[in-house]
Design a protein around this ligand. Structure first.
Ligand code: C2O
Length: 460
């Protein structure tokens, strides 16, 4: 059994990262046609021949091999978590074998990067071994990164408080693990954990990590995903939570290559228990049993009221490189009591309100955008109006029609329930108008653009 350890708690003299670096250098020296090479492993997640980082990768495997094994990552899907778990397990096996072949220890395991650890002042910074020395002798360094530090807002763990694994976020709560889909390489709606912290961390680091077609070429990708995989188990351990118990999820399978380059298939049910996956692994500090689905039969979903749209902008909105501001006209939900009334009259029953950004299309790798509601004209006390952030991870692919999707773009939802109830208590609250501000977290690159098809507010 392997133990995947916290990268910031490796004991002095530990050689985990040193061996990881050596293995990366070795894997980079293998031809792209070798399934155990760095390039092949990265291309399984995503590949696009004309992107600069992929120049020099040729010779490539045949077109048909590429179609079968490349561009497979599952996003905007309830397969997001199991697919990435499988991907990591075989990657870890390949790295571990490479280390043994190089004369290293037999028990290497992939560490995880817990950027959300508020007890560690360095937690949100990429571990130093990945940035220093900044040259190609260091297998863990890559020049294609925009930032080494993730903003605190981008690593919060509200997702762990979500009960259902799946949900579409429109007629129901957006689930922890993503909406029910078929095979989905760049799905529309990202689940709660996938959005935050997963997508936010990708886009905050930017460069290779900012785009699914290049992300897995950055060695930090794998520690980021070990953490996301760990958070899946942390979520389950809180109780009253379960993975989908139906065949469409449990029996769905994906192909990978093992350490000898042989194709192997894994299904979701086979990876629910990490202690039985390949040689088995656990995360430091995280018990790993999988709860019985049967225990959950009596538990009510927290909110069964269907969500209704109460405001919408129906004009596509290109996001500016500075500030974008637009007003949403609010209307009371049909067939229901007035929702937006003065605070004293407001029902004490907590109300779910989601701000949706629909049909987001774009080009290049846009930065993250921070969203605020009803910011005062002088920007004073803006933080109290923060609604959340949008990552647009994979937006260019999601905007391009292909075999797997229509190209209608991405869909993000922010849970603004708490913010809305606070805003209602402010003296300048107007029940008929909500102002939405969007600001890029860093200046957009010239070739990056985003258009939000529709912004809407749903409430139950
Ligand atoms: Cu498939 Cu973090 O991406």
């Amino acid at each position: 059994m392997r133990e995947r350890k916290n990268v910031y708690e490796l004991p002095a003299g530990d050689t985990t990262l040193e061996w990881y670096s050596k293995a990366v250098v070795e894997m980079k020296s293998r031809p792209t046609t070798d399934p155990t090479s760095w390039n092949y492993q990265g291309a399984m997640h995503g590949f696009q021949a004309n992107l600069p980082i992929w120049q020099g990768a040729a010779p490539l495997p045949s077109e048909s091999e590429q179609r079968s094994y490349w561009n497979r990552c599952q996003h905007g899907s309830w397969y997001f978590l199991p697919w990435h778990r499988m991907y990591l397990a075989y990657f870890e096996q390949i790295v571990a074998q490479t280390i043994v072949d190089l004369g290293g220890p037999a028990d290497w395991s992939l560490p995880f990067w817990n950027y959300s650890d508020t007890t560690n002042p360095d937690a949100r910074t990429i571990p130093p071994a990945f940035t220093d020395p900044a040259n190609s002798t260091n297998g863990l360094w890559i020049s294609e990164r925009n930032s080494d530090t993730i903003p605190a807002n981008y690593v919060t763990l509200g997702a762990l408080g979500v009960f259902p694994y799946t949900g579409d976020g429109i007629t129901s709560e957006l689930g922890f693990g993503g909406p029910r889909t078929a095979f989905s390489h760049s799905g529309r709606t990202h689940g709660r954990l996938e959005h935050l912290p997963h997508d936010m961390v990708h886009v905050a680091i930017g460069g290779a990590m900012g785009d699914p077609r290049t992300a897995a070429l950055d060695p930090i990708f794998w520690l980021h995903h070990a953490n996301i995989d760990r958070l899946w188990q942390v979520w389950l351990n809180q109780g009253n939570r379960a993975n989908p118990g139906i065949a469409a999820w449990l029996n769905f399978g994906f192909n990978f290559h093992d350490k000898d380059g042989n194709v192997q298939m894994l299904t979701c049910i086979e990876v629910e228990d990490t202690t039985n996956l390949l040689s088995g692994y656990e995360y430091q500090g995280v018990p790993s049993s999988v709860p019985e689905t049967g225990m959950l039969a009596d538990i009510e979903p927290p909110n069964e009221m269907p969500l209704e749209v109460v405001a919408a902008s129906n004009v596509a909105q290109p996001l500016s490189s500075k500030k974008t501001r637009l007003g949403l006209g609010l209307q009371p939900p049909r067939n229901k009591r007035m929702k937006f009334m003065a605070a004293e009259e407001f029902s004490p029953v907590p109300e779910s309100t989601f701000l949706h950004f629909e049909n987001i299309t774009g080009t290049g790798v846009p930065p993250a955008y921070d969203v605020y509601l009803n910011v005062p004209d002088d920007d004073g006390g803006k933080e109290a109006h923060y609604a959340g952030s949008l990552a647009f991870f994979g937006v260019e692919e999601a905007s391009t029609p292909s075999d797997h999707h229509s190209g209608s773009g991405q869909h993000y939802a922010l849970d603004v329930s708490e913010l809305m109830s606070q805003l209602r208590t402010l003296p300048n609250w107007k029940e008929e108008q909500l102002d939405v501000h969007l600001e890029p977290n860093s200046p957009p690159a010239e070739d990056a653009s985003v258009v939000v098809g529709r912004i809407s507010l749903y409430s139950a």
